[in-house]
Design a protein around this ligand. Structure first.
Ligand SMILES: Cc1cc2nc3c(=O)[nH]c(=O)nc-3n(C[C@H](O)[C@H](O)[C@H](O)COP(=O)(O)O)c2cc1C
Length: 175
């Protein structure tokens, strides 16, 4: 699939078929996250693939009761390591989260290329998700997404006009 078509037609999907994801497809999507760039190539991330039905259900209240996340056969949870030393400077403690979310973007775009829906979940309780999944001290949850085939089929992947125009968000030489 053409790269620009992937990014134009990726949409947040909030309704899923229960159909399983073939192992080789899931592996390709996870591998897209693995090869993402990170500051000093530290790769301070871990991706938890939640397939267990009970664990998926437990994540619902930890994600502000967004119950549809558990419709998908898989929920992927991106965890970021707290980095004591940040060579990059100003991002400080957030540098691990930034790296993990870059990798998560790779995963989300790869999912679209495979015909899989995702929805970036930022409304979650870090402590609750950490407890449910046994995430150790020194790590935080950066984002979650359900991963599965959209109930709507291919119609879920449509272009949107709901974005600011380029002229508003780009300037030349100065802010
Ligand atoms: C950091 C972040 C957090 C988000 N959190 C949620 C969320 O908790 N629940 C939800 O339904 N959508 C969430 N979204 C999805 C956005 O609402 C969505 O990306 C935006 O409205 C644009 O729509 P599109 O993804 O279909 O292009 C989040 C997106 C991002 C990038």
């Amino acid at each position: 699939m053409d790269f620009y078509e992937v990014i134009r037609t990726r949409r947040s999907v909030r309704s899923y078929k229960p159909d399983p994801i073939p192992d080789n497809v899931l592996r390709r999507v996870l591998d897209a996250a693995r090869i993402a760039p990170s500051g000093s190539n530290r790769q301070p991330w871990k991706f938890i693939v939640v397939k267990d039905e009970e664990t998926k259900r437990k994540l619902i209240p930890a994600c502000h009761n967004q119950s549809w996340i558990a419709e998908a056969p898989v929920i992927v949870v991106a965890c970021a390591q707290e980095l004591a030393y940040n060579r990059g400077g100003y991002m400080g403690k957030l540098s691990g989260v930034m790296d993990a979310t870059i990798a998560f973007t790779h995963l989300i775009l790869a999912a679209r290329a495979e015909g899989l829906g995702t929805c970036w979940i930022g409304a979650f309780d870090n402590d609750k998700v950490k407890e449910i999944l046994g995430v150790p001290e020194g790590w935080n949850v950066a984002a979650l997404t359900p991963l599965g085939y959209p109930s709507e089929g291919e119609d879920a992947f449509r272009e949107t006009a709901n974005r600011k125009p380029l002229e508003e968000i780009v300037s030349t030489d100065k802010f």
